[in-house]
Design a protein around this ligand. Structure first.
Ligand code: FES
Length: 108
């Protein structure tokens, strides 16, 4: 298997309702994962880039969380409508989408 240029991790952690940490799934992370998957499929990006659903990334308050390597760029409060910008600007363009990055107090 060829090493992907970039690897996108989408948190789809679930927790019981009322859990103090909440969860990305509670904040519609599965819709976000689907949006990435659809765009990867439509644009034939699989192989060049990897997409993986994952458990908690530790930035629950800022979820839904998306982490991209290399670089360890953490995005927060990501919505399906942000997927296009992440793919265009970060995955293809190499420049992280600053407006979606979590603050340095959350991830540094
Ligand atoms: S539940 Fe998604 S970052 Fe913790």
């Amino acid at each position: 298997m060829a090493k992907p240029e970039r690897h996108v991790f989408v948190c789809v952690q679930n927790r019981p309702l009322g859990h103090p940490k909440g969860s990305c799934t509670e904040k519609a992370a599965p819709d976000l994962l689907n949006a990435f998957a659809k765009e990867f499929e439509a644009r034939q990006l699989r192989g060049r880039f990897a997409l993986t659903s994952t458990g908690c990334l530790g930035t629950c308050d800022a979820g839904p969380s998306v982490l991209i390597y290399p670089g360890g760029v953490m995005y927060g409060e990501v919505k399906p409508e942000d997927v296009h910008a992440i793919i265009e600007e970060h995955l293809l363009g190499g420049i992280p989408v600053e407006r979606l990055m979590v603050s340095a107090e959350v991830w540094s």
